[in-house]
Design a protein around this ligand. Structure first.
Ligand SMILES: [Zn+2]
Length: 167
């Protein structure tokens, strides 16, 4: 996914906050946290371009390996539980983890994600984008999955226009 991560993160965080309401300014902070988490795994592109010099697909790096995140979230949840953390900490944990995993789900739509790593290096993908056009990004823009990205963007814009007024 290219353009859908951030709007999907906005929508997902709005949904979470509807079920678990938070007063301002906490609500706004949770939205920022959720949207940051929705794009966070793609920071590995910096490693891909500047350190690894494009030697392997960036979906093979740790930030795009769901079971690595789930193990981390389980450890954090244990710490929160043992420390009798407040509701705010649990809400932040929920917003963060949901958006990280949503990123992996969205990346499964048009590109492979190694859902079973470290047990298997197999990549799972809902569709395969063939290299037909130049430059490379046209292959994605002209693929049906891009319509899904535009739909998510439109839905987020609609939800943002109808957002509850603060206070
Ligand atoms: Zn990604």
């Amino acid at each position: 996914m290219f353009i859908a991560h951030l709007p999907a993160g906005y929508l997902a965080t709005r949904l979470i906050l509807e079920r678990h309401p938070a007063p301002e300014p906490l609500r706004r902070r949770m939205l920022v946290l959720g949207m940051a988490a929705s794009v966070l795994p793609d920071l590995d592109l910096l490693w891909f371009y500047f350190v690894d010099h494009r030697r392997q697909v960036h979906h093979a790096y740790l930030p795009h390996l769901p079971l690595a995140w789930i193990a981390l979230f389980a450890a954090v949840a244990l710490v929160l539980w043992m420390g009798r953390a407040r509701r705010t900490a649990w809400l932040a944990m929920l917003v963060f983890s949901a958006n990280i995993l949503l990123h992996q789900v969205l990346d499964t739509v048009a590109r492979g994600i190694r859902w079973l790593w470290p047990f298997s290096r197999a990549e799972f993908a809902l569709s395969h984008v063939e290299a037909r056009y130049e430059p490379w990004y046209l292959n994605f823009v002209l693929h049906w999955t891009f319509a899904l990205e535009v739909a998510i963007l439109a839905a987020a814009w609609y939800a943002w226009r109808r957002r509850p007024s603060p206070g």
